[in-house]
Design a protein around this ligand. Structure first.
Ligand SMILES: Nc1nc2c(ncn2[C@@H]2O[C@H](COP(=O)(O)OP(=O)(O)O)[C@@H](O)[C@H]2O)c(=O)[nH]1
Ligand SMILES: [Mg+2]
Length: 305
């Protein structure tokens, strides 16, 4: 199955609910009862209350529609208007044109897919002819360091690591020194994501940021926040928190292959306007795609039937 099919399959429930309710608008115009159903279905799609309000305004003023395509059109247009501005150039081309080495810090809470996304990115950069370096900045758990080493071995990417429990800023510092010495093009720095000491976590990453900037002025060049697409509105809350604390420059939405809640991408785009760089659609190294607004809206609304 291709990535688009997987995304489309992941969004099946969301799409069916929205489509079934919208279909009832065909031929009858803005009937209040049907509109209420549409509103409920849109809310369940996790695109967020503000976007639902925008859509409802457009649907109410649309008048009677002769076909399903006509009913769908304003919905598609509204979603595209929100998602197009957060589409970005592929990270690979930003790195090829950008500072050297390009330093990328990956942040997010535990279990969202940071380490996996980092590995997938490393794989992709290598395929584009770039030389990546992994830095095991999640020093909190021994398993996290090991996980990154396994990926490094599998992909043939060097890993800079310290012992478990050591200072994450120190390993970031070493990573950058190593990158300069070894002619690395892009440094991917993993971080911890434990939640029970949230304030400390943000402090720790802020410190990493400072140490990185001291060692390489202007860096980190990208602070990539990884969000788990299955978390729905919780992902939006996390995005706000991380953005406020760290100044996020890009987003990766993971697990869109298995979720009914992927519509949250729309809510996040509408509220935070942070470029959405990537979507994760599986657990393997090739299961990472550049975010494309049109593809996403198609997966959210279109069906082959
Ligand atoms: N289905 C699916 N699973 C994913 C995706 N990204 C990551 N995972 C899985 O999510 C789990 C946690 O990932 P990990 O990278 O260790 O998260 P971290 O704690 O943020 O570093 C692992 O089992 C991954 O294989 C994705 O796009 N789709
Ligand atoms: Mg991890």
């Amino acid at each position: 199955m291709g990535w688009f099919e997987r995304l489309q399959e992941g969004l099946t429930k969301t799409r069916q609910g929205v489509r079934d309710s919208l279909k009832r608008l065909v031929g009858i115009g803005p009937d209040p009862e049907v509109l209420e159903e549409v509103e409920a279905a849109l809310l369940r799609a996790d695109i967020g209350i503000h976007v639902v309000d925008q859509l409802m305004e457009r649907l109410k003023s649309a008048g009677a529609q002769g076909s399903f395509e006509e009913v769908l059109r304003p919905v598609q247009e509204t979603l595209l208007d929100i998602l197009r501005p957060v589409e970005s150039n592929p990270l690979t081309s930003l790195i090829q044109k950008g500072p050297h080495p390009f330093i990328l810090l990956i942040v997010g809470i535990n279990g969202v897919g940071k380490t996996t996304t980092l590995a997938k990115l490393g794989n992709r950069f290598r395929q584009a002819g770039l030389k990546p370096l992994f830095v095991a900045g999640d020093t909190f758990r021994a398993a996290a360091i090991e996980q990154l080493e396994i990926w490094g071995n599998r992909l043939g990417v060097d890993v800079i690591r310290h012992q478990q429990g050591s200072d994450s800023s120190a390993v970031a510092f070493d990573g950058i020194s190593a990158a300069k010495a070894r002619g690395v093009d892009v440094v991917l720095i993993d971080t911890a994501g434990r939640l029970h000491t949230k304030v400390n976590l943000m402090e720790e990453i802020r410190k990493m940021k400072r140490v990185i900037a001291r060692e390489f002025p202007g860096a980190p060049h990208e602070i990539l926040l990884v969000l788990d697409g299955t978390l729905g509105q919780n992902a939006l809350a996390q995005a706000k928190q991380f953005h406020e604390a760290l100044g996020v420059t890009g987003l990766a939405l993971t697990k869109l292959d298995g979720t009914a809640r992927g519509g949250v991408v729309v809510a996040i785009a509408n509220e935070l306007h942070i470029p959405v760089r990537l979507i994760g659609v599986g657990e393997q190294e090739e299961d990472l795609q550049d975010f494309r607004a049109q593809d996403f809206v198609d997966a959210l609304l279109k069906m082959d039937d």
